[in-house]
Design a protein around this ligand. Structure first.
Ligand SMILES: Cc1ncc(COP(=O)(O)O)c(C=O)c1O
Length: 384
């Protein structure tokens, strides 16, 4: 391939803005020195604004899965029962991590491609009069099926019920992409990572931790060292770290937070919703089927059923030749859907080009599609 621009339209990692790349392209500093103290303080306070929380925010070196593990092992004991909503690869993973550490996992299984009905979760909790369920695990945005869950209804409902279970949310692919109100939605732990809405390379796991989660920490018996909340939180609050963290990513994080603040967090959400509506409209105009129903569709990634006449491998190759990288289906959706990420540093002009390239590639592979349908579908549906 020639040295051309490549559009990285997988659902994370995303295209990194030049401003962020430049901010990381500098000599390292002592991660036990005064400059680091300022940097860490700015990152933590900026993250709190994005999380909409007064809770502690903790940054670990690691990926999103590490953050999910940290949430589990700091708050639970082997034998504790957890309620795990599962409808895709990542929501299953959250439950699997709990099971791997000895939790008893009760699943609420939902069709892949659909969101969970908050009423089903709340009904189960209402029946749990003895309060045996210690935590509820939900993915905000299930990236493998391109579905967004109504975590607000679950969180507020749990608070109304007065059920004491911890509410743990996987916000890896929703932070800075979809509205997430950690405090008013009563989320005890929200787990995220650097490589999605924050537009950074992979390498940071980020968590918000409520007072209630800290209370659970005191009696939690699952073993931990690297992921220990207290060791990391105490150090970070003092502008230090107990072990080495990717400092370059913190320079990038500070830049990302300032970019998000300059655009305005609500404007970032509105841009993603607008682009996602346009993308779905474009695919429908091309005669393709979107996986989730409109009201459950993710603002950050769109899942599309691959027409029977087309093979995923051929479509992927045709796009790669044109410099567009999209995601395939995961788990039981492998080969059945493709996923177009539209998260982070992405705007209408690029998306129109990418969608038109998809249209042309499908046509090349023999799929009947009217030329120009991607652009006209996008333009017609992007506004509410
Ligand atoms: C919703 C969700 N949870 C968890 C993960 C796992 O994150 P990581 O691959 O950084 O471990 C991902 C990754 O795509 C994700 O989208």
């Amino acid at each position: 391939m020639t040295d051309r621009h490549v559009f990285l339209q997988i659902p994370g990692p995303t295209n990194i803005p030049p401003r962020i790349l430049q901010s990381m392209n500098r000599p390292l500093i002592n991660h036990r020195g005064p400059e680091f103290e300022v940097l860490m303080g700015e990152c933590l306070s900026g993250l709190k604004r994005i999380y909409k929380t007064e809770n502690d925010v903790i940054i670990f070196p690691g990926s999103g899965s590490g953050g999910l593990e940290a949430a589990i092992v700091n708050t639970l004991s082997p034998g504790d029962k957890v309620l795990s909503v599962q409808h895709g690869v990542f929501s299953q993973r959250f439950g699997d991590i709990a099971a791997a550490h000895g939790a008893v996992v009760e699943k609420i299984e939902v069709e892949w491609g659909r969101a969970v009905d908050p009423g089903v979760v709340l009904e189960r909790l209402e029946k749990d009069r003895g309060h045996t369920i210690k935590a509820v695990l939900v993915s905000h945005n299930e990236t493998s099926t391109c579905v967004i869950n109504n975590v607000e209804a679950i969180g507020r409902g749990m608070a109304e019920l007065g059920h004491p279970a911890l509410f743990m949310v996987d916000a890896v692919s929703s932070l800075a992409l979809a509205n997430l109100e950690t405090d008013s939605w009563h989320i005890d732990i929200a787990v995220s990572a650097s490589q999605k809405g924050l537009m950074l390379p992979p390498g940071l796991a980020i968590l918000s931790v409520s007072e209630k989660a800290w209370e659970a920490y005191v009696s939690a018996k699952m073993t931990r060292w690297f992921w220990d909340f207290r060791r990391m939180a105490v150090a970070e609050k003092q502008g230090r770290v107990p072990y080495t963290i990717p400092t370059s990513l913190l320079f990038g994080l500070r830049e990302a937070l300032s970019m998000i603040e300059a655009e305005g967090l609500e404007n970032v959400f509105a841009r993603h919703s607008m682009l996602a509506r346009g993308v779905r409209g474009a695919f429908r105009e091309m005669g393709l089927e979107i996986l989730p129903p409109e009201e459950e569709a993710s603002p950050a990634v769109t899942g599309v059923r691959i027409p029977l006449s087309i093979e995923w491998g051929h479509l992927n190759r045709a796009l790669l030749e044109k410099g567009v990288v999209i995601g395939g289906g995961l788990g039981k959706l492998e080969g059945k859907i493709f996923r177009l990420g539209h998260m982070g540093w992405i705007f209408e002009t690029e998306l129109l080009g990418i969608l038109s390239t998809l249209e042309a590639s499908l046509a090349e592979l023999g799929y009947k599609v009217e030329a120009g349908s991607a652009a006209s579908g996008f333009a017609r549906t992007k506004e509410v």
